[in-house]
Design a protein around this ligand. Structure first.
Ligand code: F3S
Length: 755
């Protein structure tokens, strides 16, 4: 579980000089986020000031973390790089593939047998390439990272959007796609648009029922699900210092729900306490030496409006406990208004389930505060009206909470203790009766509450709140229950009131664990075999893509002219297909099945130019591939927006699509296409989109002189024998043109390793 103190000390040893260089170019006091960004430039000391929201910058992250669903393709790609070991400390965490149903023990046993081939692959590939492996049941990636690896002033990337959780320990931690993780593990820089900065000044102090969760629920209500896009949110002020480290983690975690690049807090006493309590006194001591650099310059916090692009102020003393939802995490309702809002909007008041857990809220403090409510319920003779489920964040939290009697308190209320894993938060919940799709309400301490997220039922109204509020509301069984003011009737018919929660920021007797579930990698992995069965339908080793043939591309068939929105979900659908994300050939059967065909307004129905018949997109493309004919995909504006899912670029590449020609690209998808050795082109004249006809055969000319900034020529051969020439722009730089020629970026990395 080594937390790489030498790496951390190296990062800190560079701080002084790099911050001095940054100060010189920026020429004004620096925020914390700027300090972390400028100390992690790929090229070392800053030589220019970057424009927030505009400049694309190469960074050198300190760590990579991957969860079991996204790690599969990231590591299959990494294997292509030909490196003996990962270039930066990296970990894999098995938390997404464990379904909650009967309780921890049975559920874990079932998951291990159902997903054994995925777990075995991840275990063996981690062992071989120097990656720390956290077994199924060890905990949820972001809690485990906070407990073991996050450090103030560090930068990490992770293949999960809630990687941002590590901001609770003063990191800049950002969620990325597998291709980015692969690059960083292979020793390449990682590119990010220099973010804008949102400051959140916290004054006052939380009290009563208000919890750190209420801070981010309030921020989400203010900024909405889009308000943080492209920005880092930096929290500061006396209120920030009064919050526990894991509470800060909760706030940063849900920064993903406002679209923020990430969120962070300056290094303070709560972080030092947490580092020491989790066995990292050495990190705390190293951080203390450069303390002044692990928070913004004092001028920034004195006049924040001058240094942030946007500023929000929240007085913690006035904050009310609240619930956000249903169906969106930014619909903010303070508990005092919930009954009225629910009645007005027809939200079912009867609460069926209360769920505590997820990477957002599964710390020791969370469990202890919720358990204090459960304990009162028992002592005051209350009977729980809703069902109760708990997913502890890590084995260390679970073991300690068990030792301290917190779990037995929940069990006394008939709670089911699920595995230390994501469970219902990622829809891995076999909820009895969910298939009946009845309208019902649940409350949970998770981060996301989009329709169908937890149990697949579109009629489940899910509300996000703090763990202690989940406990109170589940006990009452009433969404409108306000524990601050309302009473409940106990077994004896008496009216009783719940007192405000109490809890321990950190366990008084310290953390304890018998087996944390960690597997250290082999010191020399060269002899380790990676475990992939050739008959597996979930995993498939990748073959390198072929290099460019050195000529212009002629005779490409139009596969589909996509109309309107075409996101990465339309290109590579999620849902049931997630099962195949480690098997490129199988998952390619979802390629573009969500895209609308311009010529018939239907999805997944395109004309096969060889037979004249209409068929599914993947099948049609496979027919072209079988006879060695390349194809081209045409798209509209912002093609490939959505997630950074690399499958959306790998699938067309695998099936033989040679180029994607669109009015405009979402940048991440465009870069992913380039990495896979595809041609991503844009119409020089957007109206030329209208010239593309259903039976077109297309030539791409100019590839032998492919040069940055020089458009390519496309010849459209129409079915009536006529032809037209159009120009296509591209944004390939010299390096990216090499990627195209080599058949993909990984082919170049591998060739460089061999030399
Ligand atoms: Fe897992 Fe849910 Fe977090 S899926 S990583 S617990 S957001």
């Amino acid at each position: 579980m080594a937390f790489d103190i030498e790496m951390i000390k190296k990062v800190y040893s560079q701080y002084e000089e790099r911050i001095a260089a940054a100060r010189q170019v920026v020429n004004k006091p620096l925020t914390l986020a700027e300090k972390i960004l400028y100390t992690h430039l790929w090229d070392g000391n800053a030589t220019q000031a970057y424009e927030r929201g505009n400049s694309y910058v190469d960074f050198a992250p300190d760590r990579v973390a991957m969860q079991d669903a996204t790690a599969q393709m990231a590591l299959l790609q990494f294997m292509q790089a030909g490196r003996p070991k990962v270039a930066v400390p990296s970990t894999v965490h098995c938390d997404h593939l464990i379904q909650a149903r009967d309780g921890a023990e049975q559920d874990l046993t079932r998951a291990k047998s159902e997903s054994s081939e995925v777990f075995n692959f991840l275990s063996s590939v981690s062992n071989k390439y120097g990656i720390g492996f956290w077994k199924p049941g060890a905990g949820i990636i972001h809690q485990v990272v906070l407990e073991n690896y996050a450090f103030p002033g560090g930068m990490m990337i992770g293949t999960d959007s809630h990687t941002v959780n590590a901001g609770g320990l003063g990191m800049v931690a950002i969620g990325v796609g597998g291709a980015d993780a692969c690059d960083v593990m292979a020793g390449l820089p990682w590119e990010l648009k220099f973010p804008k900065l949102i400051g959140v000044k916290l004054t006052g102090k939380l009290s009563g029922w208000a919890a750190p969760k209420d801070v981010i629920l309030k921020v989400a209500g203010i900024l909405t699900v889009k308000g943080g896009t492209g920005a880092i949110v930096e929290y500061f002020g006396e209120g920030a210092e009064s919050l526990s480290c894991t509470g800060k983690g909760t706030i940063c975690n849900m920064g993903a729900e406002i679209g923020a690049t990430t969120s962070t807090f300056g290094y303070d006493a709560s972080m030092e306490r947490y580092l020491r309590a989790t066995g990292r006194a050495e990190v705390a001591e190293a951080a203390n030496i450069i303390k002044q650099h692990l928070t913004a310059d004092p001028e920034v916090y004195a006049n924040p409006e001058q240094y942030f692009d946007q500023l929000i102020e929240i007085n913690l003393s006035e904050l009310e406990p609240s619930l956000n939802g249903p169906f969106t995490p930014d619909l903010y309702t303070p508990v005092s208004r919930m009954r009225e809002e629910a009645e007005k909007n027809g939200w079912p008041l009867k609460v069926e389930w209360g769920l505590i857990g997820s990477c957002t809220n599964s710390s020791y403090e969370d469990l202890s505060r919720a358990a204090s409510i459960a304990k009162q319920a028992i002592d005051k003779g209350l009977v729980t009206k809703a069902e109760f489920g708990i997913n502890p964040g890590s084995e260390q939290v679970r073991y300690t909470a068990d030792r301290d009697g917190l779990l037995s308190t929940f069990e006394d209320l008939n709670a089911t203790i699920f595995t230390n894993a994501c469970g219902p938060c990622i829809g891995m919940w076999d909820r009895a009766g969910a298939d009946k799709q009845e309208k019902n309400t649940i409350v949970h301490s998770f981060n996301r509450n989009f329709a169908k997220r937890a149990d697949g039922n579109p009629n489940t109204y899910a509300f996000v709140t703090s763990p202690e509020m989940v406990a109170a509301i589940a006990i009452s069984g009433d969404l409108g229950f306000n524990p601050v003011t309302d009473t409940l009737t106990n077994k004896n018919g008496e009216q009783v009131k719940l007192d405000a929660p109490t809890g321990d920021e950190l366990p008084a007797k310290g953390f304890d664990v018998e087996d944390p579930g960690y597997q250290a990698p082999a010191a020399d992995g060269s002899a380790v075999q990676v475990d992939v069965s050739p008959t597996s339908d979930r995993l498939q080793l990748l073959e390198p893509f072929a290099a460019w043939e050195g000529t212009d591309l002629k005779g490409l068939k139009l596969l589909i002219k996509a109309k309107g929105k075409c996101t990465t979900d339309h290109i590579s659908m999620a849902g049931p297909w997630l099962k195949y994300r480690g098997h490129l050939d199988n998952i390619s059967n979802n390629m573009l099945i969500g895209a609308v065909n311009y010529f018939n307004d239907q999805t997944d129905t395109v004309k096969n130019q060889l037979t004249g018949e209409y068929g599914a997109v993947p099948a049609t493309q496979r027919a072209y591939k079988a006879v060695g004919i390349g194809s081209i995909v045409v798209g509209d504006e912002n093609y490939g927006e959505g997630s950074s899912r690399e499958h959306a670029a790998m699938e067309p590449r695998h099936l033989g699509v040679r180029a994607v020609l669109v009015k405009s690209f979402a940048r991440i998808h465009e870069t992913n296409l380039k990495k896979q050795g595809m041609l991503g082109l844009t119409f020089a004249n957007k109206d030329d989109y209208d010239k593309i006809q259903e039976d077109d055969t297309i030539d791409i000319l100019g590839l032998t002189t492919f040069t940055p900034g020089k458009p390519l020529t496309l010849v459209l051969h129409h079915a009536d024998g006529s032809q037209e020439e159009i120009l296509a722009n591209h944004t390939y730089n010299a390096q990216q043109i090499e990627w195209f020629k080599a058949g993909g970026a990984l082919n170049i990395i591998r060739a460089n390793q061999a030399n």
